[in-house]
Design a protein around this ligand. Structure first.
Ligand SMILES: Cc1cc2nc3c(=O)[nH]c(=O)nc-3n(C[C@H](O)[C@H](O)[C@H](O)COP(=O)(O)OP(=O)(O)OC[C@H]3O[C@@H](n4cnc5c(N)ncnc54)[C@H](O)[C@@H]3O)c2cc1C
Length: 495
């Protein structure tokens, strides 16, 4: 069975409501044997909304707040017990990139991602849940600003914002199927301990990172498997100052930012050593350097608290795509073994970390890319690097994860065009987050947290406008969308 056939199988007709629990099960079953059983058809209770958003992660949270604020009756479906997604569990040690400040000499200092993404930071500031946008004092040629967050306060803060906006929040609920009517999506299938239900809506948004909804709906997709997966940990009982002195002693501090930490100003909140472990880290003790290499550990962390490293990234390159359940099971075990090794390395080599322990792990491994969903437009490397803007921009962005090697021309911004967020060949489905942009180098910019959040505001707003106007995503007039986004505080650099 090829991918297209798989999509078709998972895209359910009105007569055959019901879904596989995951995309990989039928494919694996088909490969392994010819044994099948018939799943009995079921009558599902139907709930009706204007907008359904799948995935309450980085992009989905912002999308749902945006849609609900436009007056749309909005359902947000999330597999875990809390919203937040990869921002809270990935390895976003640098969770930055709201601004263009001083990475590029001579560039006008400006705040490029505003609107709801910035509102989240403002709310976090009120509860001591972020450092705010802190300028690098060393190594600002890569990213000029660090916006470290307290991941637990992030979950609570965005949960409250969703609630205040009137979003119907369905956590601990898994999206398991789509109900398609030709090229139009009528509903989705949602499973929870309350049973299996169908959610109908006028417009849908896929923010699942893996592109589950788009795949179930029959969209075209590929699985590039072009990144390692990760399970980043938080370490407690550690000293940031002593870690800094350790890296400094061996000449490998590549970035440093100071800011508020545990209520005190001018503390180290971001620290980066040579994470490739093949440059300025050459002088590090061999056991530490080689051990870190072996487990895919980067020498980068950030914090908002004393004696705490919020993220230590541990990577593992899977041999197959992370949509393969059985391969993922092996990777989950491997990553947890690597986490234990990481703690040993810190205890043995880094002064001040002798009694370090793991204070947090992610509930599942984290991905940088699962499925890549085909949209009406595919943002290219040249679009990003040449700082192109489009006549249907829905946001601008200015950071590239491969800086300073790859940077946006003249330290500028590029635009995310609306057409890049419309799922190809489906009338009423939008996508946002890591699942768009096929070119790996362009994706190294569009997949960043703050870009995903901005995309979220665009798709949530669009979905609400389409629902209100009873139109498909290709029928919505761009000037209406643009005006609505601008009124909600989104920043643009093109007419
Ligand atoms: C290890 C690692 C390090 C990173 N480091 C950085 C960094 O330093 N800076 C940076 O800016 N970016 C970083 N990124 C990238 C960035 O974090 C992600 O690209 C971005 O957060 C993705 O956002 P998203 O909305 O697409 O997905 P997510 O935030 O993952 O949201 C997807 C949500 O959908 C839910 N979901 C999935 N399937 C279903 C389903 N079937 N039913 C219901 N719910 C579902 C998930 O539980 C999740 O909450 C990193 C990523 C990783 C993995």
């Amino acid at each position: 069975m090829n991918r297209h056939e798989f999509s078709r199988l998972m895209s359910m007709s009105e007569q055959a409501v019901g879904g596989g629990a995951t995309g990989s099960t039928p494919r694996n079953a088909a490969n392994a044997s010819a044994d099948y059983c018939e799943e009995p058809a079921k009558r599902l209770p139907v709930r009706r909304f204007d907008v359904v958003i799948a995935g309450a992660g980085t992009a989905g949270v912002v999308a749902a707040v945006a849609a609900a604020r436009q007056g749309a009756k909005t359902a947000l479906i999330e597999a875990k017990g809390y919203p937040g997604g990869m921002v809270t569990e990935g390895g976003t040690a640098r969770h930055s990139f709201y601004t263009l400040w001083k990475a590029f000499p001579g560039v006008k200092k400006r705040h490029v991602v505003r609107g709801i993404p910035q509102e989240i930071i403002d709310r976090l500031l009120m509860v001591g849940g972020t450092t705010g946008h802190v300028e690098m004092s060393e190594g600002y040629d890569y990213d000029s600003v660090c916006t470290a967050i307290d991941v637990e306060l992030y979950k609570l803060t965005v949960f409250e914002m969703l609630d205040e906006a009137g979003v119907h929040i369905f956590v601990n609920s898994l999206l398991t199927g789509a109900i398609a009517d030709g090229s139009r999506l009528r509903g989705v299938v949602v499973e929870s301990r309350s049973g299996r239900e169908a959610f109908y809506a006028k417009c849908f948004v896929d923010c699942t990172a893996y592109g589950d909804l788009a795949a179930y709906a029959g969209a075209e997709y590929t699985e590039p498997n072009d990144y390692p997966v990760a399970n980043s940990i938080s370490l407690a009982n550690v000293s940031m100052e002593k870690y800094y002195n350790f890296l400094k002693k061996y000449g490998t501090v590549t970035q440093l930012a100071r800011g508020p930490r545990s209520g005190e100003d001018d503390q180290i909140v971001r620290l980066d050593g040579d994470s490739r472990l093949d440059g300025s880290s050459a002088n590090l003790p061999e056991g530490f350097r080689e051990g870190a290499k072996k487990i895919g550990m980067s020498l980068v962390t950030a914090t908002t608290h004393d004696n705490y490293f919020m993220f230590i990234k541990i990577n593992f390159k899977m041999p197959v795509s992370p949509t393969d359940r059985d391969a993922v099971a092996k990777a989950e075990l491997e990553l947890r073994r690597r986490q234990a090794e990481a703690v040993k390395l810190f205890r043995e080599y880094v002064p001040g970390c002798e009694k370090a322990f793991i204070a947090r792990t992610s509930p599942t491994l984290c991905i940088r890319r699962g499925r890549l969903i085909k949209c009406d437009y595919d943002i290219s490397h040249e679009d990003v690097i040449e700082g192109r803007h489009f006549d249907d921009d829905v946001m601008v962005y200015g950071f590239h994860d491969m800086a300073p090697r790859l940077q946006i021309a003249k330290g500028g911004t590029y635009g995310i065009p609306y057409r890049a967020l419309r799922v190809a060949r489906i009338e009423n489905l939008l996508a946002a987050g890591m699942m768009i942009t096929s070119d790996h180098r362009a994706h190294m910019s569009t997949r960043n947290t703050v870009c995903c959040m901005g995309q979220g505001q665009a798709v949530g707003t669009t979905a609400a406008l389409c629902a209100a106007n009873n139109c498909g995503t290709r029928d919505l007039r761009y000037p209406i969308l643009r005006e609505t986004l601008e009124r909600a505080g989104v920043y643009f650099e093109s007419k």
